[in-house]
Design a protein around this ligand. Sequence first.
Ligand code: NAP
Length: 518
Amino acid sequence: MNDTLTSYLGGRWVSGVGAGADVADAVTGEHLHVVSSQGLDLSAAVSFAREVGGPGLSSLSFHQRAALVKAVAAALGERKEELYDLSARAGATRSDAKVDVDGGIGTAMVYAGLGRRGLPDDTVIVEDEPVQLGREGLFVGQHVLTSRRGLALQINAFNFPVWGMLEKLAPALLAGVPTIVKPATPTAYIAQHAVRIIVDADILPGGALQIVCGSIPGVFDLLGGQDSVGFTGSAETAARLRGHAAVTHRSARFNAEADSVNSSILGPDAGPGTPEFDLFVSALVAEMTVKAGQKCTAIRRAFVAEHQLDEVTDAIAARLAEVVVGAPGAPGVTMGALVGLAQRDDVREKVSRLSARAAVVYGDPHAVEVVGADAQRGAFMSPVLLRADDPDVEAVHEVEAFGPVSTLMPYGSSERVVELVARGEGSLVGSVVTHDDDFARDVVLGIASHHGRVLVLDRDSAPESTGHGTPMPQLVHGGPGRAGGGQEEAGLMAVVGHLQRTALQASPGRLQRILTQQ
Ligand code: NAP
């Protein structure tokens, strides 16, 4: 029986050959399918994107493309239950699945709205007013943005197969650039099903969207200056891909969203009984347990004023004791499984590195009580809270345990916590939980240089806050340094990232005639 996950290339569903990679159900350990791209003509897929997908999309106006993005989101919305069911096989509870599926659909909807309202009903964007370049005004310059003639290759991490795909697909579609998706192997079946839903709905022009399930040997060799790569995953893989000649010599654009050791800081003003204390505890527990902590934005380092460390430790441990680990959908379960046994081994190994210098104060990384499943066959793990009384220990600032794991640490002053946070060498997000203006100002301005996003959480913002872990399509997602140095989302800036900015120089009249003929 051929149980290889199919890819959608050249307008057809095609199957790789060979042994491939086995993918198992995260909850039961049961074999699901094989992922292999061996034997697939990836070079033809690249040509199909450039020669068919690109012209089909770039000839549409921005408003027409925005309508496509909206239709994609609507088609997925109609069949999202199918995606929730598949997500459960990857260990995701229903609410975890909603973060990925509804989050992705919502992101695409936001892009559709931004495209309709913020971009012209045209194929070119005139960015600014003409600038006079000569004394008499006979010669002026003006910037325009047009679609690049290449493709957007998106390489995604396993944790958000739907959202990760849509947050990259929507801006590329708006920009008139075709996409090839390369999902991560462990959850490729979820991304593939999302593509199937889009294909079934027959919304996009041919070649606008293709997906390769499996590895992509040789594809980087075909990329050049009109192409872009949007990568999400580990810093190690990012570094390897960034060094390819496609990027270093031929200037394909490369945007990386890599791992990061994000932090949250509780202000010294926020003792037990204050709303901020409770907000901090709830946020930390949520970030540890949503998606079983497999979130690039999750809080890995939690900084607390020295005098509050014991009380915070106790409050978080008490909340973690209420977490029910088990099969998604089983009665009472609030945290599902990791994506697979290999991922669990990786997280356990990272916890053992952390626990060499920090005490485990809640949870056993090797044992957990599980509801509705077998704890050993499924990739289950207890939430694990560590406490490093010495925050100068290097491992706590370096090691990202990509699971339900976080480390508490003390600090003595705002200067000190700013310095400790910077040891993460660049993060996607940091949060400051305080009701004290001076502390908020010192810390926010102190840590901003090392973050793509900083959340200030207090009793005033809490009722509408979207939370520490949620990137918003209107805002920057990405961080400096270790976090990859990239920038995704940020509204229309992500669309502009796929366009070419060209300075046109001509007489004012000629320039006007060129641009109004569009
Ligand atoms: P990963 O092992 O680095 O893989 C990421 C992606 O790269 C996968 O699709 C993988 O495919 C692909 N890949 C690996 N080698 C490749 C190559 N030589 N050529 C082309 N593609 C290649 O990361 P992961 O384990 O999936 O994800 C977990 C990591 O991602 C965590 O460290 C997390 O912090 C990070 N992450 C970051 C963000 C963010 O927005 N910053 C979001 C989510 C996750 P295969 O699966 O087929 O190997």
